[in-house]
Write a protein that binds this ligand. Sequence first.
Ligand code: B12
Ligand code: SF4
Length: 499
Amino acid sequence: MRVLLINPRFQLPIDTRTTPHLGLAYLAAVSERRGDEVRVFDMDVEDTPLRDFVRAYQPDIVGITSNTPQVKQGWYAAREIKAIADIPIVQGGPHVSALPEESASRPEIDIVARGEGEETWMDLCAVVEQAKTRNPKFQSRDLLDPASKLLDGVLGITYQTPDGKIRHTHERPAIADLDTLPFPAYHFFKMARYTSLQPAIDAVEAGKSFSMMTSRGCPYRCTFCSQSVMAEKWRARSPENVIKEWRHLVEDLGAQEIGILDDSANIQRNRLHELSQRLIDAKLNHVPWIPINGIRANLADEELLRHMKQAGMKRVAFGVETGDEDILESIDKRVTHAQIRQAFKNAKKVGLETVGFFIIGLPGDTEETMEKTIRFACELDPLVANFSMMTPYPGTKVWEQVHRNGGRMLVKDWQDYVFFEGKARYEMGETTAVIQEKKWKEAYRRFYLRPHRILMTLLRKSTWQHFPRTLRMALKIVLPKKTKDEVKAKLDQARVAAN
Ligand code: B12
Ligand code: SF4
């Protein structure tokens, strides 16, 4: 079987880094293990037009991944492929897992894969392979015809039958033993075309950085978090399996930094102690790593953080979200300000760099509570403070609140469901767009333009290593749009001239 996996084009409205897609790397790995011929087409880094690629490769099945801002590009890619040949197209990922019917009812998408995808993808490849072997005149729509029963045994999918009915097969249970998965297959990616995701060593250009997931799932359900893919059940890989992949990344692939993408890495502190000790014993602790999504502040004691630092962790992030106690409680984060203060204190005491994630515009946020968030950020004073605009994603509790309680979405296009930009995405009650946008700008200015922060920024090597990027980021926050556009145009001209 010739398998094609696609990451649709999507670029954030900020100067961002690019990274191979870990979900597709896992799907590529299970396909390879099945004996399939595999290609990954990442539209963010490819220069061949998709249609030329498809004509030349002639895949038997296509898988497209999609988070919310990417979903339309996913449909466009599918439409382009269908115009060339009748190839079964499967769409998976966080957005379609939250809203499977939307994609399943589109003519260019045959099947939606909900949730964790490796087993579903293998089942679908097997079904298509068998159907093609049995019937040389096989067509994609044969799959969707209930009379064919081809999809009956495939769990976790949604599709539209020829008479227009949407069918959902039963949920697929979460993969119980993650050690049974092969390691992500990075050899199908054009690795030289990626920058670095993890700002552990601040290497933006070809930083040889890799991502890893040592556990999947999260037992918490914060109201703003889009947890449509991974099951609530938290599952961890064995320490042996993690260290084996870590060694492979460092010794075979030359990783210079590693980003741990776990949603809740420190649910079991003993596991992290064991992993840390093994990294030290295996002498793998010279490669810096960071848990990029943050770890739970209530479980970050000094002893654990010290051990993780010895094991190579350079930077630690915590989801702080808000400076208001009542809002913190209302978002089900199940952490307190006292625990957050203590976690930052512990991290700084053991010499770790710190990152704080904050959200501007949570439901119930007023000018006063957003002000508390800014003050709390300044009090905690992490090395990096990241202020996101509250973006209600489908499938989250905030999304339901906005739709149920008379809120108003200000974005109509899935492409605009991004939160690293200072535009309000919704408003509800006193959480108006005007106040959200004002406080978001203020948050960055007041956090980064304090005298000791300016000095700190000027003294950091990375500021000068990537000066044009740093400047662009700074201008984005501080200057009015018109001035920003002019300065950006001048910077771009200068860059073109320099090249
Ligand atoms: C790392 C990460 C990033 C990285 C890199 C993304 C990348 N190239 O992989 C960066 C920092 C760039 C990023 C940016 C954004 N991210 Co992000 N990110 C993540 C994170 C933490 C891990 C992703 C990951 O590798 N997961 C592990 C792999 C194994 O899972 P997976 O990719 O989902 O794939 C599995 C399944 O989804 C399924 N599957 C996926 N595709 C397909 C396709 C087929 C055919 C099949 C069968 C199955 C299938 O099978 C895979 C294997 O099990 C997730 C949280 C999470 N736990 O997943 C958030 C997450 C994906 N991000 C999210 C968001 C919101 C964003 C942004 C929009 C934020 C913003 N700035 O505004 C941007 C969008 C950027 C973009 N270019 O698209 C949300 C998505 C919500 C949604 N409804 O779409 C998530 C879920 C976080 C959350 N809990 O809210 N992100
Ligand atoms: S924000 Fe973190 S802790 Fe909360 S549900 Fe999402 S992954 Fe879990």
